[in-house]
Ligand binder design. Structure first.
Ligand code: SAH
Ligand code: SF4
Length: 351
């Protein structure tokens, strides 16, 4: 009989499972701690359970994270992991160490491919295959802790493949597992969701009360420009988007981050600086500038470093905080927007 994989089961799922097995509910809490906090996957070694219960669990269940196909390490220490899902689809995770500090950021995926189809993104070009389950989302983190220990990463960003808010329920379930005080125990300040801007879902996320950090892939400061590169802007216009962001910011009392990719000769002029500053006026926020990372087959151009610095210099006196993000892992296609499971583009893996 094939064992059931408990990866992705929440505390209440495990409590119910114990009740169904004729055990007390609190056993679910014990199992939850073993699996997500202690990363103990051998039921045999769960010493606070009777021998009989350990045996019963072992007969029916398992806790398996992800199957690694291969990993690649960049010159700058960034590591890209390619995982094979149960239905042989590929998904990628990127671990970005920050030398000189304790910070290690892991960039996880929420979908295989993406249906939003932004004009500059390799994942978008790959098309959409399916949503990841909560187990497959949290499994990327579980894998890293099993492999590299509890301090494998300090920060989690959902900036890998996929649009997290388009897979809302599974993403929220996975975030709950990340934050659970007897689970992965991450602070809400260390978990970021990045979205291309689905306004109703941003409000819905605010209403969950999870209060994690929110990053918005803005990339253009006017509706007119934004629709040219992001088809989602046709459905969710920039005004409604800003309303949703203000709602999120007030409700969660967090500083929202705007991602602004600079494309050479598209959104890199003084008028763009003014439009951006005007758009975010009065909002506690951070603007993160990044240079376009070239994607095969696309016509955009990467801006020069001088251009990036000029834009940042003009913007910084006009908005609360500006940072310029260094591209990491470009040599292994692990930088923003370059994730597309290259070898398997849009196909199922044959392993
Ligand atoms: N779908 C979500 C999260 C994944 S994309 C979102 O769009 O926010 C992660 C980040 O990479 C986003 O900010 C996205 O706009 C950016 N990105 C996509 N393609 C890029 C490229 N070619 N160069 C630089 N950044 C890119
Ligand atoms: Fe999807 Fe984000 Fe890429 Fe747009 S930038 S296609 S939303 S992954």
């Amino acid at each position: 009989m094939k064992k059931i994989n408990l990866l992705g089961y929440s505390l209440s799922d495990l409590e119910q499972l114990m009740l169904d097995m004729g055990e007390k509910k609190f056993r679910g809490g014990q199992l939850f701690k073993w699996l997500y906090r202690d990363h103990q996957t051998e039921f045999e070694l769960m010493t606070d359970f009777s021998k009989e219960l350990r045996q019963k669990l072992d007969e029916k269940f398992e806790f398996k994270s992800m199957q690694l196909l291969h990993s690649q390490t960049s010159e700058d220490g960034t590591i890209k992991f390619l995982f094979n899902l149960d239905d042989n689809l590929p998904v990628e995770t990127v671990l970005i160490p920050d030398f000189g500090s304790e910070r290690k950021t892991v960039c996880i995926s929420s979908q295989v491919g993406c249906a939003v189809n932004c004009g500059f993104c390799a994942t978008g070009k790959m098309g959409f295959s399916r949503d990841l389950t909560a187990g497959e989302i949290i499994g990327q983190l579980v894998y890293l802790r099993e492999e590299f220990g509890l301090d494998a990463f300090s920060n989690v960003v959902m900036m890998g493949m996929g649009e997290p808010l388009a897979n809302f329920d599974n993403v929220v379930k996975a975030v709950e597992l990340m934050l659970a005080p007897t689970g992965m125990m991450l602070s809400r300040k260390k978990v970021t969701i990045s979205t291309s801007g689905n306004s109703p879902k941003i409000k819905k996320l605010a209403d969950t009360g999870l209060d994690i950090c929110l990053a918005i892939s803005l990339h253009a400061a006017t509706q007119e420009k934004r629709v040219k590169i992001m088809p989602i802007a046709e459905t969710f216009g920039i005004e409604k988007l800003m309303q949703a962001i203000r709602y999120y910011s007030e409700k969660s009392r967090t500083q929202v981050m705007f991602e602004y990719i600079i494309f050479d000769n598209f959104n890199d002029k003084m008028e763009d600086v003014h439009a951006l500053a005007k758009l975010v006026r009065g909002l506690p926020c951070k603007i993160n500038l990044l240079a376009y990372n070239p994607v095969e087959g696309l016509d955009f151009k990467r801006p020069s470093e001088e251009k990036m610095n000029w834009f940042g210099g003009q913007l910084s006196p006009r908005v609360p905080v500006v940072t310029v993000r260094k591209s990491r892992g470009r040599d292994i296609d692990a930088a923003c927007g370059q994730l597309a499971a290259k070898q398997q583009l849009g196909r199922k893996l044959d392993v």
